[in-house]
Design a protein around this ligand. Structure first.
Ligand code: ADP
Length: 378
């Protein structure tokens, strides 16, 4: 009997122990299966859809300064690197917003490789108690344009003041020389020159602002390159004859370009006019046009004063003159080549220059060739 009781007791003890082991094992397994409960940073529902629609770059930063969400433009802009906000200045702003809950606007410089930093405007706001939203907008191009515009206005005022001042002085000189007919004739002739200079300057300023307003010309028509070249030579013929300059043109075959008539006329005329202006008496100016692959190349060559290599990059800038003192006698405004450059760009082309001081210069206007039969069918 005793042995029986002992058997039963040991059996029961075994059962209890087995049950306990199973329970502990199961419990442990369940614990292993259940994911750790971590408070995930929750972007409010609908927020992501809204962010996708916004034109600004959007970044959501979590409580540990990690980027929780970044739109593709934000990454392209360079404000997210390796899962963190960049630069440090931006991160500091996010921390301030997280601390006091105040919405902040700021302009931040974002350094990028191999170029000037980007000017980025940011708006930073708390999204939830744990998340901060950064909206960023690249203002680099807009700020550059603004600066160019401000520069342009300052330059224009300065350039206009010079001939106006001269006209005023000459008018006073005429008034004082009433009993000297020769002096009156001399001063009024100079007054007329200054008035011409002013007219030319105003016209070029208008041309240039029109060109800058539209990036691609809308009034494109088919134009015979031969006519364009002939008109440009005609425009400078009187001045060329006065200096006994041999002005010649050769156009290879029937070449056509598609573009704005007035703009292209202004561009080619400016190049020919410069060649004549900056050439000595009895020299030669050659204008040629030929087809090279898909382009038409209009080349204007002279044997004039030439341009030093150090100045070649700058001559296409507005109001830039290699020799400002000389410009007074040539009547140059410094706007001609910047008009040529803009016209080329607006009509899908470019302008190239070769020059050697003392030898001469060659300007080449490159425009896409137009084949009336092939291109018009497209
Ligand atoms: P400008 O009205 O003074 O001619 P442009 O913009 O046409 O202004 O030219 C800028 C400068 O480039 C000129 O002042 C001149 O010094 C130089 N330049 C332009 N074309 C020639 C040329 N064919 N030969 C020598 N210098 C030139």
């Amino acid at each position: 009997m005793d042995t029986e009781v002992a058997w039963v007791l040991s059996g029961a003890a075994g059962l209890v122990l087995g049950a306990a082991i199973t329970f502990i094992w199961r419990f442990d397994e369940r614990r292993r299966e259940e994911p750790e409960v971590v408070e995930a940073p929750l972007v409010p529902s609908g927020a992501e859809a809204v962010l996708r629609v916004l034109s600004s770059s959007a970044v959501i930063v979590d409580v540990d300064d990690r980027v929780d969400h970044a739109s593709a433009p934000a990454v392209a802009l360079g404000i997210v690197r390796d899962g963190h906000l960049h630069p440090e200045e931006l991160l500091a702003l996010v921390r301030q917003v997280r601390r006091d809950g105040q919405i902040r606007d700021a302009d931040v410089e974002v350094p990028i490789r191999r170029s000037a930093p980007l000017q980025v405007h940011v708006r930073i706001a708390p999204l939830t108690s744990r998340l901060v939203l950064v909206l960023a907008e690249d203002r680099t191009a807009a700020q550059r344009l603004d600066m160019i515009r401000r520069d342009f206005v300052a330059n224009v005022s300065h350039e206009l003041k010079t001939p106006i001042g001269a006209i005023k002085l000459l008018a006073e000189a005429v008034a004082e020389a009433t009993d000297d007919p020769e002096a009156v004739a001399h001063f009024s002739a100079r007054m007329s020159d200054e008035a011409d200079r002013l007219t030319r300057l105003v016209q070029q300023i208008i041309d240039l602002s029109r060109l800058q307003a539209d990036t691609l010309s809308e009034d494109a028509v088919t134009m015979k390159v031969g006519e364009l070249v002939a008109e440009a030579c005609e425009h400078s013929l009187t001045e060329a004859e006065a200096k006994q300059i041999d002005l010649r043109s050769t156009v290879d075959g029937d070449l056509y370009v598609l573009g704005d008539r007035a703009q292209l006329h202004a561009a080619v005329s400016n190049l020919v006019e410069n060649a004549v202006t900056y050439s000595p008496e009895e020299s030669r100016v050659a204008v040629t046009a030929k087809r090279v692959d898909d382009d038409v190349k209009i080349t204007v060559s002279d044997n004039g004063v030439g341009i030093p290599a150090s100045e070649l990059e700058r001559i296409f800038e507005r109001f830039y003159r290699v020799d400002p003192a000389r410009a007074r006698s040539t009547g140059g405004t410094g706007l001609g080549l910047s008009i040529v450059k803009h016209v080329a760009a607006s009509n899908g082309g470019s302008v190239e220059v070769w020059s050697e001081p003392g030898l001469g210069s060659t300007f080449t206007l490159v425009l896409p060739a137009f084949d009336p039969e092939v291109d018009e069918e497209k």
